[in-house]
Design a protein around this ligand. Structure first.
Ligand code: ATP
Length: 201
């Protein structure tokens, strides 16, 4: 699986439709300060479900990622980013050779919509599709600016969590946590049931 193409429209500094084509070798994106290199990284994380406006280096609302205008160009009211992956090795559990994941947002309602291969879906469907592929939100497939120095400066426990993420242990920890909180909820329900039984007796 590799990222073949990114299409951006109205996302941050990418007011007009912009298509970036990648090949299987290494691609470097270079340009002067502030030209939008990190915005591409933000765009990838946004499509993959990033919900934190702060980590997208944007304003207070998710709709602040929409192009807000410049001296030459008026603001736009919609942002859309699509990631096209080669899936010939079936890393994504779908029968398609190509998988396109897209996210769109309108300024009017600040709400995002998602599609997989142009079919509307929930964020959860995207999270499930990318789970275990190494592309997840906390995965190390995207290393942002500052990550390396943060790693060097991290406390041992923080560094350990990065190793766990790389070793694939983190997802099991998360699942364990989810199961434990389900168990806790079930226990509370049983307690409530017992209270009702006691009252009826
Ligand atoms: P550096 O090399 O300094 O890290 P960079 O190439 O990574 O810079 P980015 O941080 O990707 O640059 O882009 C910053 C630019 O994006 C700024 O000019 C900023 O005004 C513009 N920008 C960010 N959000 C928006 C938005 N919503 N609308 C319009 N422009 C935006």
């Amino acid at each position: 699986m590799f990222l073949k193409r990114i299409e951006l429209q109205g996302f941050k500094s990418f007011a007009n439709k912009t298509v970036l084509q990648f090949d299987q070798d290494i691609t470097g994106i270079v340009g002067p300060n502030g030209c939008g290199k990190s915005n591409i990284n933000d765009a990838i994380r946004w499509v993959l479900g990033e919900q934190s406006v702060k980590s997208l280096r944007s304003g207070g609302n998710m709709s602040d990622i929409i192009f807000s205008g410049s001296e030459q160009k008026k603001k736009v009211n919609m942002a859309k980013v699509s990631l096209v992956f080669d899936n010939s090795r079936r890393i994504f559990d779908t029968p398609f050779d190509e998988v396109e994941i897209a996210r769109q947002i309108q300024r009017s309602n600040n709400e995002a919509t998602y599609t997989i291969n142009r079919t509307p879906c929930r964020l959860k469907d995207i999270q499930e599709l990318i789970m275990d592929t190494g592309l997840g939100r906390d995965s190390l497939s995207i290393i942002s600016q500052g990550n390396i120095s943060a790693f060097a400066d991290a406390k041992p426990e923080e560094r350990r969590s990065l190793f766990e993420e790389a070793a694939g242990v983190a997802k099991y920890k998360k699942r364990k946590q989810a199961s434990l909180s389900k168990l806790e909820k079930t226990k509370e329900n049983l307690d409530r049931l017992q209270d009702i039984i006691d009252e009826l007796d």
